[in-house]
Design a binder for this molecule. Sequence first.
Ligand code: ACM
Length: 640
Amino acid sequence: MKNLLLLICCSIATSLLYSQPSPHAGKRIAIIPEPVSLKQGSGSFLLPARLTIWASDEKASRSAIRLLQHKLSTAAGIRVEVAGGIAAANRPAAIKLALNASPDETIGQEGYRLSVTGSGISIAANQPAGLYYGVQSLLQLLPEQIESAQLIKDLQWEAPLVEIVDYPRFGWRGVLLDVARHFFTKEEVRDFIDDMTRYKYNLLHFHLSDDQGWRIEIKALPKLTETGAWNVKKQGYFGTFSKPLPNEPRNYGGFYTQEDIKELVAYAKERFVNIMPEIDVPGHSLAAIASYPELSCTPGANQYKVNSGENFMKWGPKLTALVDNTLCPANEKVYVFLDKVFSEIAALFPFDYIHVGGDECAKNFWEQSAEVRSLMQKEKLKNMEEVQAYFERRLQKIIAAKGKKFMGWDEILEGGLAPGAAVMSWRGVKGGIQAAKLGHEVVMTPSTHTYVDLMQGDPIIEPRVYASVLLKTSYQFDPVPAGVDARLIKGGQANLWTEQIYNTRHLQYMLWPRGLSIAESLWSPREKKSWDGFIDKVERHFKRFDIAEIKYSRAMYDPIFVSGKKTDNPFKIALETQIDGLDIYYSFDNSFPDHFYPRYAGPLIPPKDAVMLKVITYRGKTPVGRMIAMPIDELKKRLR
Ligand code: ACM
């Protein structure tokens, strides 16, 4: 009797255990980028403490398997066994990865179908990349602790029941990493690639040369890295640094050996990321000229040094260089140099495209050059834009001779562009529209939306850069503007220039969460995007970033100061938020406001003698934004 009672008690307890509502029941799924189709069932599948991953083709699925195995064993302590091929097909397996025997037309090369049922998880794809993306989505279905680098005990590792069909809107989903302004080590670049792949980016645009550094070993031109990879370490506001003194050590920087590059290319390939090299010419070439001064048209170039962040350019409608940072288009040695560089580059990077820069080429030194004038006569070139176009045509032939496709920034359109050149549109989308109308392939990277080196909040609180791109603005990015042949738009990129970025923590801070919004613009169907839904997901990914110890910006919670007009009388201060449902509390008395202070309900007229407006956002009783102290005089300066 006692035993029977015990049995009944036990079975009640057990049934209670199993019928308990799962922590996932009714919980909204937060996959970024949003899948094409997602149908959530009720309930969840609990991963056992020991499980088998079965793969139809173990070798071809190894990237997906490795990622799963790593995450499940590290964070969840799950013991994973792998079984492969037809022979093992009947073995019970909690996770099945199947490469389709005949193509599933809906999902293409990178798509997948992911199914979580009461009896297990299956991912099917046409290609290994699809399995890998299916695994990335599956990881986002699991509790956020899956991001932990330490074992998390006593957690139910379960995935909500779901049917997902997913594939990308664009094949080109890039992030530009500028390793020229500040150098990032091979290990740091590997981590960067890992972070990109969480959100299904598939291209690393590697900006390898600029005025501040040449970052890749070219065996035929050793001075490029002996001299060109090094400058003087400075900190502060890049572009305003003092000119280095002759005795200051030039030991800041670095470069990748060809072995490093091979390793990075292989590492990226395993994660379905291509690396596109960029060598930025004919402008942005001071590091090359400091190494080989004969590449310049300008007498005295042999005194030039790699730039260390001191100002050497007058920005404005007409760019004026104070030091000639351009290669000489009239010098045959330049084309011999470029041929050597791109021979080695082409052999190292299997990706089809080589990016040759072409942006922001100041022409004032060319205007002074007798060699350039005689080139213009000989080639019947009417202006400096046509001189650059001549240079680009010569370079395009070099690139084509290496079996590669030629890509450049939208300035390459200016003096006329040869057929077959691809254009990366950065000065808004107009260059991209023009290029597509001329039949060129286009990648959209408008600085207004995708420049993640720009500030993501108010300059009063963000590390200073010359402009801002709010998260909300980046989410509005659509690579296909109205009236353009969508077939010519290959996709887009988040561009992470590093003039003001000195370390990887700040690199992460600048990329996330804007990297999430751009990923969604590049992968998800336009009609699936929703700002409110996106923000809800972003907040959940913040928890993942916290656990993964990836830095991100919370600027999206901060108030926005809306500039009024100079003619406004009285002077008023208007505030907005990017996100709905936040309250702004403020003070004019210099103390730190909280939710017991006045709540913003409309434009504020500052008290006569007030010098400072302090603001902070709350959700309910919880502060979510940062305390911002804004001088009233600063707001007056901003009046339009
Ligand atoms: C660029 O941002 N200069 C391409």
